[in-house]
Design a protein around this ligand. Structure first.
Ligand SMILES: Cc1cc2nc3c(=O)[nH]c(=O)nc-3n(C[C@H](O)[C@H](O)[C@H](O)COP(=O)(O)O)c2cc1C
Length: 205
């Protein structure tokens, strides 16, 4: 399949059920750092992205994660290599929860650049995909002022935990990184100036 940079890439619809209980997910949750780069399917990537910031079925104005004032400051990105996520071209993609789709923001495999910016924790570059949890603080601080900053950080933790649990539901792994140079990650990802990276999560196996 050929994609142009401006294309909206529809993802397979997320599943709302599985045979793995929430309790099993919590009991097995662990940080994984030994990725072999085994490709993710597009359906697996869709499920992971939905778990981080997807809409609740039947309630399009609400998401799978809680949000102070339902202001939803998070922006989720997928960093993929060539052939590491279904037939997606290597690139960085912004996840749109409104229609469960991706839009490429940067072309090329940026996993090494992102891992280098994470104080050279290069294990991250071996993950088939990196889910980047980022946020636009102003969406929350416009209502809550300074206190909104802590709300945004709490919400990024909710998305992170969902990713860990969803990974187990899919039979894959996740590993979170919070130690990175903010400006270097923003530069590697060419993030808009109001979008700030908060957590980098390697996913796959
Ligand atoms: C906010 C946050 C930041 C983290 N940053 C890193 C990191 O930069 N590098 C890393 O290897 N692990 C990082 N971790 C993972 C922790 O090291 C890990 O959760 C901890 O060692 C407990 O292990 P477990 O997750 O397997 O239970 C981070 C976890 C959180 C919640």
């Amino acid at each position: 399949m050929a994609f142009a940079q401006s294309d909206v890439i529809s993802l397979p619809a997320p599943r709302y059920d599985s045979t793995i209980s929430v309790e099993v997910g919590m009991a097995k949750r662990a940080t994984f750092r030994n990725f072999r780069g085994t490709p993710l399917t597009l359906a697996q990537a869709s499920q992971l992205l939905w778990s981080a910031n997807g809409n609740r079925p039947g309630q399009p104005s609400r998401k799978v994660i809680p949000s102070a004032g339902a202001l939803y400051p998070l922006e989720i990105y997928l960093v993929a290599g060539q052939g590491t996520v279904g037939d997606l071209p290597a690139g960085i993609y912004n996840y749109d929860p409104s229609n469960n789709s991706l839009k490429m923001t940067v072309g090329g495999d940026k996993r090494q650049a992102v891992a280098s910016a994470a104080l050279s924790q290069m294990w991250l570059s071996q993950a088939p995909a990196i889910v980047v949890i980022a946020a636009v603080y102003e969406r929350t601080t416009v209502k809550y002022g300074e206190r909104g900053i802590r709300y945004v950080h709490m919400e990024s933790g909710c998305a992170d935990q969902n990713l860990y649990l969803q990974a187990i539901g899919l039979g894959v792994k996740a590993g979170t990184i919070g130690a990175f140079d903010d400006d270097s990650v923003s530069e590697a990802m060419k993030l808009p100036s109001d979008v700030k990276p908060l957590l980098l999560v390697g996913v796959g196996q």
